[in-house]
Design a binder for this molecule. Structure first.
Ligand code: ATP
Ligand code: MG
Length: 384
């Protein structure tokens, strides 16, 4: 159940029936929905089931559990703001109540106006605190990604150099070997494995945004057209891929090889997500104006300037993702597939960022996923 955050559903926990219904009337008059209970255990259950946006908790309750104990339980299961209803005589209890970190107190008897103002102030403070926490978590995440990127990039470059040496020796062995000998087939196998390892390290370097880049003006539709035959080969039987490209899109300044990698990675993910009969994948392009309202929704890249963007969207009706998965998909090596994978979207992110673009993802478990990559239309003057 989703509550309107500014007018939350309020759980009133009050053992005096008259006071409870007075509070309920006052709140109803101000547009709040409420529910009442007078027992601590019931309050805990309701807090879990109806997920109120605020709890008004009387300190003294009927039954075995007082309001402080009930609030302690509720606090452990969610961060819902709790306002205690207290009396002057509750001084000692209030000391105990502090440990449950309430958002405030209202001392009985109180006037309707006082109650409404306290609730409003509590909600405002709660929302501000939450925004601050979200922001801090986001900054921490960005810092983590940056340091991971630096480390991964350094390792990948060193690893690539070592691979080159291994490949060089393996090639020499192949050249020296008797045709169709055991040595020849073994050194060829070494070369094949090295090739796969090189692909992996290139994905990592793409993630760090430091692939060698030679941007040129290119047309996204044309690029899609070029790789469409290769994408078709990977499509499982019974699934289809539609193209819905917009002819009016402007050319973008981009590195063709990298944008190809973006398209392939996104379509491969979509293919792996459908993995069934009647899988439908749609690759679209278009132009859109990015404005302030859209910013909050752009998943990655906070400093995207307003303006015109060309977008590439890959949509599928596959398995979709839950919130937990969505949070981690850009972490290198995060995968729900098998060990050693999980670089596709990390590479996409690196490439998109180095093109000064952004990514937006919509996904619902069991329904499907749409990944939209935005790339700026303006000619880029400098590149990381
Ligand atoms: N279209 C999609 N539908 C459902 N889940 C997806 C989709 N795209 C990505 N995911 C989820 O995000 C995870 C990370 O994706 P990512 O492309 O980075 O790695 P991967 O596909 O697991 O491995 P690879 O390195 O081969 O790309 C996936 O394992 C999957 O759980
Ligand atoms: Mg992938």
């Amino acid at each position: 159940m989703i509550n309107d955050i500014s007018k939350p559903l309020i759980l009133i926990v009050e053992d005096d029936g008259i006071i409870a219904s007075r509070i309920q009337d006052t709140l109803a008059g101000a547009g709040y929905t409420t529910t009442i209970t007078d027992i601590g255990e019931d309050a805990i259950r309701q807090a879990q089931e109806i997920t109120p946006g605020l709890v008004l908790m009387d300190i003294r309750l009927k039954g075995n559990m007082d309001g402080i104990e009930a609030a302690g339980h509720i606090r452990r299961q969610s961060d819902v703001p709790i306002l205690y209803l207290t009396a002057h005589s509750d001084d000692e209890l209030i000391q105990r109540a502090k440990q449950t970190m309430p958002h405030g107190y209202i001392v009985k008897p109180f006037r309707a106006r006082e109650l409404l103002i306290t609730i409003e102030m509590t909600m405002n403070k709660y929302l501000l605190d939450r925004q601050k926490r979200d922001m801090e978590a986001r900054i921490q995440y960005i810092q983590k990604m940056e340091s991971l990127g630096t480390m991964a990039g350094a390792v990948a470059h060193k690893f690539n150099n070592m691979l080159m040496i291994i490949m060089g020796y393996a090639e020499m062995m192949t050249d020296d070997a008797e045709p169709e000998s055991l040595v020849e087939s073994r050194s060829n196998e070494i070369l094949e494995i090295c090739e796969k390892a090189r692909e992996m390290t290139n994905q990592i370097i793409a993630y760090t945004g430091h692939l060698p880049a030679a941007p040129a003006m290119l047309n996204l539709n044309q690029l899609i057209q070029e790789i469409a035959p290769f994408l078709k080969i990977s499509l499982p039987d019974g699934s289809v891929i539609h193209y819905n490209t917009d002819d009016r899109i402007a050319p973008i300044s981009a590195v063709a090889e990298q944008i190809r990698q973006v398209i392939v990675n996104l379509v491969m993910n979509a293919i792996e997500a459908v993995k069934k009969e009647s899988g439908v994948i749609t690759v679209s392009t278009g132009v859109m104006e990015l404005n302030q309202a859209f910013f909050s929704e752009v998943y990655q890249n906070d400093d995207l300037p307003e303006g015109r963007y060309v977008f590439l969207e890959v949509e599928d009706n596959g398995c979709g993702m839950d919130e937990d998965t969505k949070r981690q998909i850009f972490d290198p090596f995060f995968t729900t597939k098998f060990f050693g994978r999980g670089l596709g979207l990390s590479a996409v992110l690196g490439i998109v960022k180095s093109h000064r673009g952004g990514i937006k993802i919509l996904s619902k478990p069991g329904e499907g996923t749409a990944v939209r990559v935005l790339l700026p239309v303006e000619q880029l003057s400098s590149r990381q």
